[in-house]
Design a protein around this ligand. Structure first.
Ligand code: NAP
Length: 517
């Protein structure tokens, strides 16, 4: 089977042989994807001129209704999507839910936001500034839709969520999406887009899809277009360099890789509920989606006098994880998406072992050579101050490293060695510890999760990105920002200071919905 791209309102196959997509558990080829010969410049022009023009003519409530219709259509076909996720992404049923239901939930969240903004097509900030001595000259800040196309390049680990979270924000802002899923898992993105196109929900040009390599995709973009990239730092830097030579350039936002951490507070004892909650989260980091989450915990900072108990508790559970083909419902950990990712992860674990020791590993399955299996592992880095690889290398698989610390100050300093990350969690019942971690590590992270006894099991998880909260991180993590409710629309809107008299500003405020972004 060869995947097609959806461009200029038509499904089209590329002219080349394409790259294979495989069954992650068996290594068998299940499809090919190729975009050779497609006129990508014409595709973004079609999106800009047809899709954005049509979407921007709609109100927020009407755009929200489109998002709701997409979510409903996806839910109707959920079983088909889960089957693809199990085969192509090696997802267990729970893993598939994070990707598929996470995408649907994000669409519905933005659909509700659209409904709440009603008939308006613009947003206006609440504050009105008086600029002259007499009350006749004022300013307010207005957000309007940029008449461009939103090019959305995604990583392989979220073929559903990654695509729909970006589409949801762009569509609600009134901008057409040109989605480019990673080739190795594009089957799910293609099938979802196909079902949405078949349901005839969207105006022509509002959603395009490029399956296969997309060299040249950003060449023809202009100042009103945007590129939202999620993937590795290497590709991000390549795109940054290319965009820096474009004059005028499109907007760019980057979500890149990240060596995230969790801190177990100095107050935590082995018989505390937060200790168990931390162990639970560490086990999830080495099992959920086989560790292929950008926000996953990679480093665990534990008080030196607690680390022995933590290693024992986590190791006992990790060494019992059942790894295998996710077609078997008893399996807790599926394969990485292909053998190349497996080899990459195993190579990086080898590099970590120059500074760390392995304290637990789940039994590996009897797997075919072309499959992606990596047995979950727990490592310990006894000298985190002297280590570098343990803070810098992202093993994109089921592996996490415990690092003992002597003081909270030292733990916070060690956390910054990742040079900026997407998410940090803290397990502690002490408000002072929570305060000082938020103050010291806020600048280094896009999101901080504080788990104490009162939160208990009600938290949404270290790795789970909630559409209500911003997602992204400074420094190495790309320095981008997505989601966070209406804040996610900022990439697609222009904020202008509107200066004028009471009549002009009153008319504007009547036409725009008041919002703080
Ligand atoms: P990748 O190799 O950098 O690829 C990401 C995307 O870029 C793919 O769609 C790829 O297409 C595309 N691409 C590559 N070269 C391109 C070019 N010249 N022009 C336009 N597009 C190009 O990353 P990956 O291996 O798919 O993803 C794994 C990484 O993503 C991990 O490091 C993970 O931490 C990170 N990630 C970050 C987040 C986040 O939100 N921060 C979320 C998920 C994953 P092809 O597949 O066709 O090559």
């Amino acid at each position: 089977m060869k995947l097609e791209s959806y461009v200029n309102g038509q499904w089209r196959a590329g002219a080349g042989e394409g790259r294979p997509l495989i069954n992650a558990s068996t290594g068998e080829e299940i499809a090919r994807a190729d975009a050779t010969g497609l006129d990508l410049g014409a595709a973004t022009q079609f999106a800009r001129e047809r899709g954005t023009r049509a979407l921007s003519a709609l109100s927020f409530a009407e755009r929200g209704a489109l998002l709701k219709a997409i979510a409903d259509t996806l839910q109707e076909h959920r079983a088909e999507f889960e089957d693809i996720a199990r085969r192509n992404s090696g997802n267990t049923s729970a893993d598939a839910a994070i990707d598929i239901d996470g995408g649907v939930f994000t669409l519905k969240t933005y659909a509700r936001l659209g409904k709440s903004l009603g008939d308006a097509k613009m947003l206006i900030e609440a504050d009105q500034e008086q600029l002259a001595r007499d009350p006749v000259f004022f300013a307010r800040h207005l957000w309007t839709t940029r008449p461009g196309a939103a090019v959305q390049i995604n990583a392989f680990n979220f073929p559903s969520w990654g695509m729909w979270e970006k589409v949801a924000q762009a569509l609600l802002a009134g901008v057409a999406s040109v989605a480019k899923p990673a080739t190795s898992t594009a089957l799910l993105s293609e099938r979802m887009a196909r079902r949405v196109v078949e349901a005839n929900i969207l105006p022509e040009g509002a959603l395009s899809l490029i399956c296969g390599g997309a060299d040249g995709l950003i060449d023809g973009l202009g100042p009103m277009d945007s590129v939202a990239f999620t993937g590795s730092a290497d590709t991000a830097n390549f795109l940054r360099r290319q965009i820096a030579t474009m004059d005028p350039p499109p907007r760019l936002t980057v979500e890149a890789d990240s060596v995230n951490a969790t801190i177990i507070g100095p107050d935590v004892r082995p018989d505390d509920a937060v200790f168990d909650l931390a162990v639970r989260e560490i086990v999830k980091a080495t099992s959920v989606k086989a560790g292929q989450l950008c926000t996953n915990i990679r480093r665990i900072f534990a008080p030196a006098d607690l680390s022995g108990a933590l290693i024992e508790a986590a190791a006992a559970r990790i060494s019992k994880l059942k790894v295998g083909d996710p077609q078997d419902d008893a399996v807790r950990v599926g394969p990485l998406i292909n053998a190349a990712q497996r080899d990459d992860a195993l190579g990086k674990i080898e590099r970590l072992l120059s500074e760390c020791r392995e304290v637990a590993a789940a039994p590996p399955p009897d797997a075919p050579a072309g499959s992606g299996f990596v047995a979950p592992r727990l490592l310990v880095c006894d000298a985190p101050e002297a280590a570098s690889a343990a803070h810098e290398i992202e093993v994109f698989g089921p592996c996490a490293t415990i690092m003992p610390y002597e003081s909270l100050h030292q733990a916070a300093a060690l956390a910054t060695k990742a040079a900026g990350a997407l998410a940090l969690s803290l397990f502690s019942n002490n408000p002072e510890t929570q305060m000082s971690v938020a103050a010291a590590l806020g600048p280094w992270h896009g999101r901080l999760l504080m788990v104490d006894e009162e939160v208990g099991k009600n938290h949404t998880g270290h790795s789970i990105v909630m559409p209500q909260c911003v997602h992204g991180g400074p420094g190495r993590a790309g320095d981008g920002e997505e989601l966070g409710g209406l804040r996610g629309l900022r990439l697609h809107l222009q904020r202008s200071a509107i200066q004028g008299g009471p009549a002009a500003l009153t008319a504007l405020s009547a036409a725009a919905a008041e919002a703080s972004l």
